[in-house]
Design a protein around this ligand. Structure first.
Ligand SMILES: O=C(O)C1=C[C@@H](OP(=O)(O)O)[C@@H](O)[C@H](O)C1
Ligand SMILES: C=C(OP(=O)(O)O)C(=O)O
Length: 433
């Protein structure tokens, strides 16, 4: 376990935002399913992306890694796709990556071979029921003890009508959109309730289009998927990650001046909305050529609807805890089934640091104050909680100690290095398990 002790300081300087995790997963999946060679450039080999690469190698893709910036773990990937998948390994470990497991399961259910998927940490119990319902309807055999991983599947999905609730996780919809075009016949995916995390579905469809797959989106209520489609190879360079940028943009508002570079303004990433949230709260944020500059500002509380940008909640809660007035985070039920129960984790962490915060079933209420106290907190093994606590330290009077600080490896292995490069003062301690 890594423990990071932070002595509060103002952060300032320039940070190159790491490549998007969501776009990396999607491009690697698509490249691996094509019959040719794709070059996927600017990939951060975080734990989750490594899980996706290994999973797709298990389906027959061959991946060559060329370091672009070894220190930052950024690589260009040359992916020889497997076309129609060829199962090389019947045990697939998705690590702690929800995206990897939810994107791959429908593909495995096309194979008609016995294959087991597993994972670690909270992934073991993160819900997959949306797929089990489909498997029951479509007569795909599966077995899982107590509803948890490992999950063994043997079956063959058939084309036709599929239906799914829109408020559990868009990752199930993405998973089906990857697999259904490969069936012989046409399919229709009906979303039975208002779809949450819509931008993630837009990102999926954009990536599928790049790789030659066509999906008709009927107002997020129905997706029409023609059968017998083929993935074609493509080259793609991964854009910067707005979910990660949110930490540094907020750090700039709380402290000195921070330049967050390598962001694509026309990105489909829903977490781009962090820019609007900061503006709405009264933060100084300026669009420059390469990204944004944020600088110390007095901000005010607001209402944040988390339904389309769940991953922003931990860091937006930090900003809210240090803004005047009340902030309400609404429509955030899904946060309870992420790497941690994020509504509970952020409430515990921020309360320990001295914030005034309360949780309810699907949201948070935060009463802001000028400063926090500091203290010792756990990341709950959740990367976004660790990173949010680190940014909160900027406005703490005393030291902040973060246990399980290695959880950042899931999406941003060089987070602590970037924190220090911006002037963060940390002491790291490695303890045995
Ligand atoms: O498809 C994706 O890349 C993701 C979808 C979101 O999940 P939900 O759809 O479950 O909200 C998000 O929280 C996750 O970090 C990444
Ligand atoms: C929830 C996340 O990822 P995943 O669902 O892919 O584990 C995340 O990155 O915050």
């Amino acid at each position: 376990m890594k423990i990071v002790e932070i002595t509060p300081s103002t952060l300032r300087g320039t940070v190159n935002i790491p490549p998007s995790k969501s776009m990396s997963h999607r491009s690697i999946f698509c490249a691996a399913l094509s019959g040719g060679i794709s070059n996927i450039k600017n990939v951060l080999l975080s734990e989750d992306i490594k899980a996706t690469c290994e999973a797709m190698e298990s389906l027959g893709a061959k991946i060559k890694y060329k370091a672009v910036d070894e220190k930052k773990e950024i690589y260009n990937l040359r992916i020889q796709g497997a076309g129609r998948m060829k199962l090389k390994n019947d045990k697939i470990d998705c690590g702690e990556s929800g995206s990897t497991i939810r994107f791959i399961i429908p593909l495995l259910a096309l194979l008609d071979e016995t294959v087991t998927v597993t994972g670690r940490g909270r992934l073991i119990s993160r819900p997959l029921d949306a797929y089990y319902d489909i498997f029951d309807q479509k007569k795909v055999y599966y077995t899982n003890k107590y509803g948890e991983l490992p999950l063994t599947i043997k079956g063959s999905l058939s084309s036709g009508e599929y239906s799914m609730d829109g408020d559990v996780s868009s990752q199930f919809i993405t998973g089906l959109l990857f697999a259904l075009p490969l069936l012989k016949g046409d399919s229709k995916l009906v979303i039975t309730t208002e779809l949450e995390s819509k931008p993630y579905v837009d990102m999926t469809i954009e990536m599928l289009n790049r790789f030659g797959i066509d999906i008709i989106n009927k107002d997020y209520r129905e997706f029409i998927i023609k059968g017998s489609q083929e993935y074609t190879s493509a080259d793609y360079s991964v854009e910067g990650d707005f979910s990660q940028a949110a930490f540094w943009l907020t750090a700039g508002i709380l402290g000195g001046e921070i330049y967050s570079n390598d962001l694509k303004f026309s990105s489909l990433q829903g977490d781009k909305v962090i820019v609007d949230i900061i503006k709405k709260m009264g933060g100084n944020i300026e669009k420059l050529i390469l990204g944004y500059k944020t600088s110390r500002s007095d901000t005010n509380g607001t209402t944040v609807d988390a339904s389309q940008c769940p991953d922003l909640v931990p860091i937006v809660s930090v900003l809210a805890a240090l803004s005047s007035g009340m902030t309400e985070v609404v429509n955030a039920k899904r946060l309870r089934i992420k790497e941690s129960d994020r509504l509970d984790a952020i409430t515990q962490v921020l309360s320990t640091l001295g914030a005034d915060i309360a949780q309810y079933t699907d949201g948070l209420v935060i009463k802001g104050r000028g400063k926090l106290k500091g203290g010792e907190v756990d990341s709950f093994n959740d990367h976004r909680i660790a990173m949010a606590a680190a940014v909160a330290s900027i406005k703490c009077e005393e030291k902040v100690v973060i246990r399980n600080a290695q959880s950042v490896n899931k999406s941003y292995p060089k987070f602590w290095e970037d924190f220090v490069s911006l002037g963060g003062v940390i002491n790291e301690l490695e303890l045995g398990e």
